[in-house]
Ligand binder design. Structure first.
Ligand code: NDP
Length: 287
């Protein structure tokens, strides 16, 4: 028999999660602040709860996926959580996740925080590549492993409830930098006789080739040595910066996405660290 569960929040992500569990045959109770959103789920076999409290009372395993931490606090205010296994898949900050864990502990619930690394169309689709970072109660992760794996594979990151959010946001932040780079690169070649569809594979191949820098950075952080064996020093990288900026100017492209990173490199070099790789910029950012 499949584990019964309750899902609070039937937005784009909560709805996709709920559909995946329904499709896998799990008895499901759903609740959404705006009741009309629950109607298709009722038609598909879910039990619709009239309140968050009623949904929480309906199942030991309770999955929450609302807009943000504040909406979770609001929805769960005054709700009896005793004896529940609360899995919060709302994107939060690490501190918010820790506050959620403290709130659950005070109210007698076990707590697992999750950061969903997928978009709704990837949910419940094996092989789509989506997964969920989890942190907090290892017991909840283990007890409900099969159920939690229905919408997407799980990756447990530690007992600190904030770690799932921290992993999630760290990856999203890196992605933001990559998107900035892609944006600038296309801006440079735009308006030229360069087909975007011909340029794209070159760009994707280049970014993929650069991605293992993450491993080198990790090795240098562990060794505490940002200098030994560095092929491309900050000084060398910075020597190329004027060409990047002059090319942007020639192409009529704003350098605003490049400048913050170049400024950080300059500060590190000015501090006497020109012989390092970029790893020392991490220390600079942390102040
Ligand atoms: P939606 O905007 O589609 O849905 C938001 C949900 O939160 C709705 O069910 C909404 O209810 C509910 N809600 C908002 N405020 C409150 C409140 N004060 N009290 C009760 N319920 C509330 O967002 P998503 O489903 O896309 O996102 C949900 C979470 O999943 C977010 O934390 C998001 O960051 C995360 N996520 C989303 C991804 C995506 O691609 N969509 C990817 C990865 C993570 P109502 O219908 O009444 O408005």
């Amino acid at each position: 028999p499949k584990t019964p569960l309750a899902v609070l929040g039937l937005g784009a992500m909560g709805g996709a999660l709920a559909r995946a569990w329904l499709a896998a045959g799990h008895p499901l109770t759903v609740w959404n602040r705006t009741p009309s959103r629950a109607e298709p789920f009722a038609a598909a076999g879910a039990t619709v709860a009239a309140s968050a409290a009623e949904a929480v009372a309906a199942a030991e395993l309770v999955v929450v996926c609302l807009l943000d931490h504040a909406s979770v606090e609001e929805a769960l205010a005054g709700v009896d959580l005793a004896g529940r296994d609360l899995v919060d898949l709302t994107t939060t900050t690490p501190a918010e996740a820790r506050a959620g864990a403290a709130r659950a502990a005070e109210r007698g619930a076990r707590f697992l925080a999750g950061g969903v690394m997928a978009i709704p169309p990837m949910i419940g689709v094996p092989g789509a590549g989506g997964y969920v970072f989890y942190s907090g109660s290892r017991d909840v992760f283990d007890a409900h492993g099969d159920t939690l794996a229905v919408p997407a594979a799980g990756r447990y990151t530690g007992a600190d409830a904030g770690f799932a959010a921290l992993h999630d946001v760290a990856l999203l932040s890196a992605m933001t930098g990559m998107f900035a780079g892609i944006t600038h690169a296309f801006a440079l070649v735009r308006e030229e006789a360069i087909e975007p569809t011909a340029f794209a594979p070159l760009l994707a191949e280049w970014l993929t080739a650069m991605a293992p820098t993450a491993h080198r950075t990790a090795a240098q952080l562990v060794a505490g040595d940002y200098v030994s064996g560095v092929a491309s020093t900050l000084t060398m990288q910075l020597a190329g910066a004027p060409t990047l900026l002059r090319t942007a100017a020639e192409q009529g492209v704003s350098p605003e996405l490049l400048l913050p990173y170049l400024a950080l490199m300059e500060r590190r070099v000015a501090g006497g660290h020109g012989n390092e790789s970029g790893t020392g910029l991490i220390d600079l950012l942390r102040g």
